[in-house]
Design a protein around this ligand. Structure first.
Ligand SMILES: NC(=O)c1ccc[n+]([C@@H]2O[C@H](COP(=O)([O-])OP(=O)(O)OC[C@H]3O[C@@H](n4cnc5c(N)ncnc54)[C@H](OP(=O)(O)O)[C@@H]3O)[C@@H](O)[C@H]2O)c1
Length: 338
């Protein structure tokens, strides 16, 4: 591939269930000439996020669906290889909304320049110091409002968002219980991350009994990353004036129908608040969030794990790992520099 051609994975048709190579084929297209104010990035990292599955569908969402024929949308970090914008020079590194593609060409005004000299691995700006870290930070602290001594339950707890939620909840003085899909993930939560208990939801049997056993004083904050039957079970264990933070429903992203929630009445019975959010609700406060997350990382109070998959051609199989739980932490695709 030369710099005259771009390699792109694009949305040819809307998936029913898990996206396939028929839904997301690859193509090579000529790179357009650089327009006024535009910058061309040679992508180094592409963020693989569950939300992308939602953007592939035409259901109403917090941003527009991906238009059929367009490259699959994703946050990217790339090196500037051509610039018609005064603030960006060849060699700079920047982050923007791009796609599953080798090169992203956008208006310079949409780019955030990253400082490589800080010694922070660039991929962390897609994870703990980026969208997933910020989702955990604002979702837990602003929507969940945890207080010292309360019990916080988090699902997909060993993932990019969940693992940060649990560690921040510990810093608030809460008792923290995580749910995850393997013994190894559960051991990581209770070992290295200091969670008080972990539930392997794939082997625990009845979810409600497992949550009750792990949360003997009930649940004050449930940070919901998965929805479905785990959410329904958690609703039964909520304490009075508890808060359910609806962050994501990954259990349903590839399903035709969202499972019926039998326990919604508990919102009334226990005066529970259930509130959804998207991290973009807090856009104006991102600098504050990044500064606090970075401080915790530097102080050794916040750990993160990421899994890096090499090669643009692995983007779709890599993405699907989010849905079978084989990713270990923030999932990022890397396109190594030659
Ligand atoms: N509201 C927002 O602004 C916002 C922003 C970012 C992310 N999110 C949401 O946050 C959630 C986590 O995202 P992430 O980026 O941190 O991904 P992640 O947790 O790193 O990866 C997804 C994990 O979800 C678990 N999972 C997959 N299918 C599941 C199922 N059917 N039931 C239970 N668990 C399942 C798997 O872990 P196990 O091995 O434990 O099954 C998998 O590793 C997603 O729902 C995502 O949409 C929301």
């Amino acid at each position: 591939m030369t710099e005259t051609l771009n390699r792109q994975y694009y949305l040819a048709s809307r998936p029913a269930g898990e996206p396939t190579t028929a839904n997301v084929p690859v193509r090579e297209v000529p790179l357009p000439a650089l327009g006024a104010g535009e910058v061309r990035l040679r992508n180094l990292y592409i963020s693989l996020d569950p939300a992308i599955r939602g953007w592939m569908s035409d259901e109403p969402n917090y941003i527009e669906p991906i238009v059929l024929g367009d490259v699959v949308r994703a946050s990217v970090i790339g090196r500037v290889v051509a610039s018609a914008h005064k603030d960006f020079a060849v060699g700079d590194v920047a982050m923007t909304m791009g796609g599953w593609e080798a090169y992203t060409q956008v208006q310079g005004a949409t780019l955030n320049k990253l400082d490589e000299t800080l010694g922070i691995p660039l991929s962390q700006f897609l994870g703990v110091l980026g969208p997933t870290g910020l989702t955990a930070y604002f979702g837990l602290l602003e929507i969940g409002q945890p207080k010292a001594g309360e019990t916080v339950l988090v699902s997909a707890a060993a993932g990019a968002v969940g693992s940060v939620v649990g560690q921040i909840a510990k810093m608030q003085g809460c008792r923290v219980v995580g749910m995850a899909g393997s013994e190894a993930k559960c051991n990581w939560l209770t070992g290295e991350l200091g969670f008080d208990a972990a539930i392997n939801y794939k082997t625990c049997g009845d979810y409600r009994q497992a949550i009750a056993a792990a949360c003997p004083d009930g649940v004050d904050v449930y940070f919901d990353n998965v929805g479905g039957e785990i959410l329904d079970a958690a609703l039964r264990q909520m304490n009075r004036f508890g808060r359910v933070v609806v962050c994501g429903w990954i259990a349903s992203y590839n399903a035709d129908e969202v499972p019926h929630l039998k326990n919604l009445w508990q919102l009334v019975a226990r005066s529970v608040t259930l509130r959804g959010f998207v991290v973009l609700d807090f856009l104006e406060r991102f600098p504050e969030g990044v500064a606090q997350l970075a401080q915790w990382v530097m102080d050794g109070k916040l750990q993160s794990r990421e899994e890096i998959i090499d090669g643009l051609d692995n983007v779709l199989p890599g993405f699907l790992r989010l849905f079978n739980g084989s990713n270990q932490g923030k999932l990022v695709l890397r396109i190594p520099e030659e």
